[in-house]
Design a protein around this ligand. Sequence first.
Ligand SMILES: [Zn+2]
Length: 359
Amino acid sequence: MKKTYIALSLVFIGMMLIESYSFPSAGKLSASLKTAPLSYAGQGVNIQHQIQTTQPTDLYHTYSEMTALLQSLAATYPDIMSVSSIGETYEGRNLWLVKISDNVNQDEQEPGVLFMGAHHGNEKSSYEVCLYFIQYMVEHYDNASTPEVRTSINATQIYLIPMVNPDGVERDMRKDREPNHGSFGFRRQVTSYGVDLNRNYGQHWLYLFLFPYIFSGSTSWVDSSDVYRGPWPFSANETKAVRQFVITHNISLSISYHSYGELVLYPWGYTTRPPKDKSLFVSIGSNISTFDKYQVEQSIRLYPTLGDSCDWMYATQRIFAFTIELGTSYAPSDPEVLQNLCVNHTIVNLYICQRAQTL
Ligand SMILES: [Zn+2]
């Protein structure tokens, strides 16, 4: 009886916390923005760019191949593309940030958009979509038949962190590779390796202790778990680096690519309560869906989760942050399937650049 009483009190306190949470005021938005223009309605974008490597065994870039590709593109197109490192992983790999914009070395008063891939190292199509988009954009900037590329580059500051978790990618593993010292970092010995980076962001991170039965399937304090959230929020180098980049740049729209599920997800993942800007999320989400035909839903409908990047970006920075679950497998082996994911989401990304102009 006493236990029941304590449990009910905790649930009640938790509900109060959820309900009392409120946003910073909606400075960036106005009601007129809730209907989205859609000039890239499929036929407007002409994409014939082919993936360079078509050997099924060699379909996905390794970290070093990606590094070489990004550096060579930045060297070929220095006026519109730059590459810099925003941090280092536990194993010493650079976290590459790509910027594509006119006057790329200046911070301009243009809307910022951010695309990320490979929070989870085994979800390989998620970074290929970003690499394809980068290559397509810089190679078509001067192409008269793709004016939308030039318009987007000139009017937007496009940022990409194509591989958030290169240590995981190199081992084809979901988590990163840092050693864990027990659930909360107190043990002297190494007990396991790796943090699930998309559970390590700070928003509502502590709710797991209030509602373990709701969230413990999708996130865990057990350090050996595949969805281990780390000893504290932003404990991982990778999430720290993303956080630092995001809070120091003006980003209005973002997509974090994952695989798989054919879903376009918007916040919240921690509650069934709809976000304040639900109609805008649904409007942008349905336009994305016209290109990739994915289902649009609030992310908690996939499963309740805590500590993901989108909840944090929307709650703290008011960024319209989507998660897209690509395709029907973690890393499709058919080059044509991968090609289609890349082409469709290049169109999606172009739409996002265009949509950012009116946010
Ligand atoms: Zn994922």
